[in-house]
Design a protein. Structure first.
Lengths: 271, 860
């Protein structure tokens, strides 16, 4: 079995060139939205705005300024997190979503029936329907390239190595070193999703961030859709028990009523 | 500075980011906070066009700093490797003496035969020369020319006396003292006033530069067209070169100036040029308005007698042999008389100015989209005066469709029926659809092979020119006219050899073109030349471009196709990856990476050094023994390989003879880097702060000289090139700069038709600050009208703090910016931003001032 593979995205060296977005679309032959004819979003240099069925990479632009020229411009290339505990995979009713030998999460288009359960189940809002195929789609971590020993198209195209591809163990070590280097320079950096003990068992696409997770549109404590199952299950058990008791009471009452009625009526039945 | 490298050169920007990870400091000085600023350690906002004030401030700070005056490194480098100690002619007068102009300023009158040169004035540079000893005796140049003497005799006649110098730097007319005076008023306070950047930020830059210059550390500057597109663009770059020499950063690893070219092979297009004013390898084009009557006249006017450029006769003769082949003989000056001569400025704007006046009948536009460029309204007007127009491109660009979709036609100003031009469109191949070579910004040639066949009937540019040349050859074959003799004698042999299959029917052999550029022994094309050291001035060598000589040193050795990187962990000149001119050298003037004795300045900055124990083989030509010792290193040394550091030159010699073992700048006649520039620049020997042609403020340093006295204005007074008042025109109160985005490419032909790129930046916008937006009641995404005296355009507002107000000369100046990629064709469309720009430009290279002018902004 190959090792678990994934991405480490060091947002501090991202230059927002969007080469990852274009390389992804080219390799995976994803269509441009409305054939490329669109309106300016007005949200900094981000005209992609989200991850969905035809945008498997999305570069965020976050302008943080106190006044003219006084501030910083954060950039981050977002993608499917390839969660170790993947909500999409759990809820998929057809078995279209699988965990591969690289420990990545892939939707098999030919098995997907477009039921949208995974779209609701993803805590990061990564998945959506690709209007061309009519099925749910997202980053495959270039499964077809990995199969033949190539790295994913986006990390290959990234000129500054903001997106790094490799074995999760090696990437985690590299990421930890980079955090220490930045901390020594006085930069308040932290990793998101690099801890196997963290939410979702760790993310096989994890990030180095220099601001709160939410600033980058990442939930601070992402959860599986099945997270409430224990609670609701216990409620079910409890309600079942209550119902059972009520049923018993009801039954007894009926029998008592029957009994009383018989006594009251005194005649008719010979039971 | 002058570059938004992360956005416009994202692939090359990999390396500054690697350096940053290794601890390098990255500083971005720019009017906008861009994607480059976002990852820099420090962003310093300055007003567009104020770069010389900023760099001049750095120069003034450096020469008064304790570090520069106490660390002997700086004096060792500058006194021996540059002309800092050289004494200048006593007639020279500085801008400090003449209130903003140098000695030698004259008026300018356009000649009748080509009145499109645009100069506002001209300098006679005879007072800018060095103070010299007596001229060595010998025949005069006129005598040598008259007697058709040898080219070496011609060089001898051109010698001047030895320049005087004062290594103590005390002489009042030595370059150092002149420099001190020239920049004495470029103080941090003045920088703050002119550039609008806080003094503290300027001082942080100055201190960082000083801390990172010296034996152990080097600093590099990267610039792009934001330094060139000014009426003093060349002087900005010259100012940086001055600073880099002064701080001992030139010729050393991690130092120097990176000229980031505009696109993938633009370096190649100036090396083997599509330029009007130079022929191959930066030799000046023969001119009808210079004393270029005969080959010897040309060489006398264009060749310095000493330094490596003095080999010019060998390069020129070998070039003429390449053009005219067997017809070029010593008797007919190798066909020099057949060579076309220029009449003056035939650059883009000069030609379009002439076109506007009906002086140009036809145009072939290839890989360019002038309908969206430089004062687009005037440019499209010029195109409408043509009899015929050929457009060869991937798509029907704005230039191909201006006659029925241009804004003037759409708004009814121009009627299609009134346009007389016949327009031809040729569908073109893309770069991946043929073989050829790129020359990148590092001067490196990389061969590429065809990846896919072109669709339909698309043809390559080489196919087009090859077949055009063959038809012209045929058309002139029987002509008896003397003016057609050049065409009759041109050699044109680029058809594939028998057995070689062309990529497309009628296509050339690209390899054959590279062989011709590399050069070979005349009469034996299979015997390739190994380097430009083999070139001769007697016609025995044929070489189209001397600087590329050596890229193809044997019939089967195309070095540009090499792809062998150095292993990780070594200093890495990557000499086996492609081939860089000159002589596969990656860092030019690299003799300066060693100290006076030839040792590396420091272990950390080791690059090229003198190995005194190297055993040389005997001279292959004479068989004489050569003493021990050789220049060696990681790179190809830029020096005479066996000349020891202690070598003393022969003062009366020619070419390399007068140069000594410490004369590191071998292309300069005296072997020293030019801090003071006695010739070559038409607008002054020292960089001087001038305001852009259109500016909101007066020139604070030289109130009597607002802008460069010799810059260019084409079509002066014509309605199609109207200009704002030179200082603070109230109708146009804001500074505007134009630029590119990562998502689009130049005029858009390679991006606006591509859905994946169009969706990333789908519409034209203007970036403006929150203060201006508030003042004008403009909200994000509102439509606004941007106007200049030339035109007005409509765009959506992108309101941001990444651009904004600057305090300049006590005034609050709003700064706005617009990307210029758009036009009316393609998927992503928008108004033509270049319609706002003016036909004003640099007097050295005729580039327009697209980076700093004034405008008004109103809500639509």
């Amino acid at each position: 079995m190959p090792e678990p593979m994934g991405f480490f995205t060091d947002t501090t060296v991202c230059i927002g060139c969007k080469a990852c977005e274009v390389a992804c679309k080219e390799w995976n032959q994803l269509p441009a939205e409305n054939g490329g004819v669109r309106e300016l979003s007005g949200d900094s240099y981000d005209n992609t705005r989200r991850l969905d069925g035809i945008h498997w990479r999305h570069v965020r632009f976050i302008e943080q300024f106190k006044g003219p020229y006084d501030g910083r411009w954060l950039m981050m290339s977002d993608v499917c997190k390839h969660c170790v505990q993947a909500g999409c995979l759990e809820v998929c009713p057809t078995g279209a979503i699988i965990r591969t030998e690289f420990d990545t999460v892939v939707i098999q288009s030919d098995v997907c029936n477009g039921c949208r359960a995974c779209i609701a189940a993803c805590p990061f809002g990564v998945i959506d329907i690709n209007p061309v195929s009519g099925t749910a789609q997202k980053c495959t971590l270039c499964y077809d390239r990995l199969k033949v020993g190539l790295e994913p198209a986006c990390s290959k195209a990234c000129p500054t190595d903001s997106i790094q591809f490799g074995s999760i163990a090696e990437l985690r070590a590299r990421a930890q070193k980079r955090v220490e280097q930045l901390k020594a320079q006085g930069v308040d950096a932290h990793l998101y999703g690099a801890e196997p003990s963290g939410p979702l068992g760790g993310l096989n696409s994890f990030y180095l961030l220099v601001d709160k997770d939410e600033v980058y549109g990442l939930p601070h404590n992402p959860q599986l859709p099945t997270r409430n199952l224990t609670k609701s299950a216990s409620w079910s058990v409890a309600s079942a028990a209550v119902l059972g008791v009520l049923a018993l009471v009801g039954l007894r009452k009926r029998r008592m009523d029957e009994h009383a009625g018989g006594g009251a009526g005194g005649t008719g039945h010979a039971s | 500075m002058g570059s938004n490298m992360a956005e416009c050169h994202p692939v090359a920007f990999r390396w500054p980011m690697k350096a940053k990870l290794n601890g390098a400091k990255l500083i971005h000085v720019d009017p906008r906070f861009t994607r480059t600023s976002a990852v820099a350690d420090l962003h310093v906002p300055i007003r567009a066009g104020s770069d010389i004030a900023f760099l001049g401030g750095l120069i003034n700070h450096v020469i008064h700093s304790e570090r520069w005056n106490k660390d002997p490194f700086f004096k060792d480098y500058t006194v021996h490797y540059t002309n800092l100690a050289t004494i200048v002619n006593e007639d020279f007068k500085d801008t400090e003496d003449l209130e903003g102009v140098f000695s030698g300023l004259m008026g300018y009158k356009e000649p009748d035969f080509w009145p499109y040169n645009g100069f506002l004035g001209r300098y006679d540079n005879k007072t800018w020369q060095y103070e010299r000893g007596p001229k060595p005796p010998g025949p005069t140049t006129e005598e040598v020319i008259k007697q058709r003497g040898s080219f070496d005799d011609l060089l001898r006649s051109l010698r001047k006396g030895t320049a005087k110098s004062d290594p103590t730097l005390q002489h009042p007319r030595c370059v150092f003292q002149l420099l001190r005076k020239h920049f004495s008023r470029y103080t941090p306070e003045m920088v703050e006033q002119i550039c609008g950047c806080p003094k503290e930020k300027f001082l942080r830059v100055a201190e960082t530069l000083l801390e990172n210059s010296g034996r152990d550390r080097t600093s590099a500057f990267a610039y792009a067209v934001a330094w060139t597109q000014h009426t003093y663009g060349v002087q900005i770059i010259s100012c940086c070169a001055l600073l880099e020499q002064l701080t001992g950063n030139m010729g050393r690893p991690g130092g120097g100036i990176m000229a980031l070219r505009g696109h993938a092979a633009i370096q190649g297009s100036t090396d083997v040029p599509t330029l009007y004013h130079s022929i191959h390898g930066y030799l000046n084009a023969p001119s009808a308005v210079r004393p270029h009557d005969t080959l010897r006249d040309y060489l006398a006017a264009e060749t310095p007698p000493t330094g490596y450029w003095a080999n010019g006769p060998k390069w020129m003769v070998s070039y003429l042999k390449s053009v005219y082949g067997d017809a070029a003989t010593p008797e007919n000056d190798f066909g020099y008389d057949w060579h076309p001569k220029i009449l003056g400025d035939h650059s883009h704007m000069a030609c379009f100015a002439a076109m506007n006046e009906g002086k140009i009948k036809g145009a072939v536009i290839v890989g360019q989209n002038p309908a969206t460029s430089l004062n687009g309204t005037a440019t499209r007007r010029a195109l409408r005066q043509l009899d015929w127009l050929v457009v060869k491109d991937n798509w029907l660009t704005e230039t191909a469709t201006h006659w029925y979709l241009g804004p003037e036609v759409k708004n009814g100003e121009v009627k299609i029926a009134d346009i007389k031009t016949e327009i031809f469109f040729f569908p073109s191949t893309q770069i991946a659809e043929y073989d050829g070579s790129y020359t990148n910004t590092q001067r490196m040639l990389q061969w590429h092979s065809m990846a896919a066949k072109a669709p339909g009937d698309c043809r390559t540019d080489s196919w087009f020119y090859h077949n055009l040349a063959k038809r012209l050859k045929k058309a002139y074959a029987d002509s008896k006219l003397s003016r057609d003799q050049g065409w009759k004698n041109v050699t044109w042999d680029f058809d594939p050899d028998p057995g070689e299959t062309p990529l497309y029917p009628g296509e050339i052999s690209a390899l054959k073109v590279l062989r011709e550029i590399n050069g070979y022994a005349t009469g034996n094309p299979k015997q390739h030349l190994k380097g430009f050291g083999e070139l001769k001035d007697d016609g025995s060598t044929t070489c189209a471009s001397w600087i590329y000589c050596g890229c193809f040193p044997a019939w089967d050795q195309n070095l540009t196709a090499r792809r062998e990187p150095d292993p990780p962990g070594v200093p890495g000149a990557h000499l086996k990856w492609g081939w860089a001119w000159p002589a596969n050298r990656r860092n030019i003037y690299n003799r300066a990476s060693a100290d006076l004795n030839g040792n590396p300045w420091s272990e950390r900055k080791r690059w090229v050094w003198w190995d005194p124990n190297f055993v040389n083989p005997p001279d292959p030509k004479t068989g004489k023994p050569i003493p021990r010792g050789k220049w060696v290193g990681y790179d190809v040394p830029d020096f005479t390989l066996t000349m020891p550091p202690s070598h003393q030159g022969k003062p009366d010699g020619i070419i390399m003879e007068p140069l000594s073992g410490t004369d590191a700048y071998i292309m300069r006649p005296e072997g020293k880097g030019w801090i003071f520039v006695p010739s070559g620049l038409v607008d002054g020997p020292f960089p001087t702060h001038y305001e852009p042609h259109e500016s909101p403020v007066q020139n604070l340093l030289y109130p009597k000289q607002q802008s460069s006295p010799v810059h260019k204005v084409w079509s002066q007074g014509k309605p199609w090139n109207q200009l704002a008042a030179p200082v603070g025109d109230p109708k146009y109160p804001y500074v505007i700069t134009t630029y590119r985005l990562t998502e689009h490419y130049l005029a858009g032909a390679m991006s606006r038709w591509l859905p994946w790129l169009s969706e990333l930046q789908p519409e034209l916008f203007i970036e403006l600050g929150k203060d201006l937006a508030r003042e004008k009641g403009i909200k994000n995404l509102d439509h606004v009208i941007i106007s200049t005296p030339r035109s007005h355009v409509r765009a959506k507002a992108l309101v941001t703090d990444r651009i904004g107000v600057l305090k300049v000369a006590g005034k609050t100046i709003h700064h706005v910016g617009m990307p210029w990629h758009w036009g009316w064709m393609g998927l992503s469309t928008g108004d033509v931003v270049n319609d706002l720009t003016a036909w004003v430009g640099d007097p050295n290279v005729s580039i327009h001032e697209g980076k700093a002018f004034v405008c008004n902004v109103e809500r639509a």
